[in-house]
Design a protein around this ligand. Structure first.
Ligand code: ZN
Length: 111
């Protein structure tokens, strides 16, 4: 079995631990990986096939409110972790729809 998050779940490009995004769904022990934010959108809209990953937990530095809406997070929350070199930057979302809307708008780089 290959390392979890070893490739982008949309385009298949290989990923190291120092790059890409990991999308975690702790309530269901599910995870997915992406090379870039733009690939999350078509994945969620067209494919939406997650993997059962080991040790899917809420990241320690996860914001306690939704990055997309500022709303409270429920048990269904998703966590998007940007791996950039040694840095891990986490955003929190109350559900898939909130994440999708945020990602479609360009994430943190929205105008
Ligand atoms: Zn990709």
């Amino acid at each position: 079995m290959s390392r979890q998050g070893a490739q982008c779940d949309w385009c298949g490009v290989e990923l190291t631990e120092e790059m890409g995004y990991r999308l975690l769904w702790p309530d269901k022990s599910l995870g997915t990986a992406f090379c870039r934010l733009e690939h999350i959108v078509p994945f969620l809209m067209q494919k939406d096939q997650w993997h059962i990953w080991k040790a899917v937990t809420v990241p320690a530095d996860a914001p306690s409110l939704s990055t997309a809406t500022g709303d409270e997070l429920g048990e269904n929350a998703l966590y998007l972790v940007h791996h950039r070199g040694e840095h891990r930057i986490t955003d929190s979302f109350e559900n898939k729809e909130a994440l999708l809307g945020w990602a479609r708008a360009g994430g943190h780089f929205a105008p």
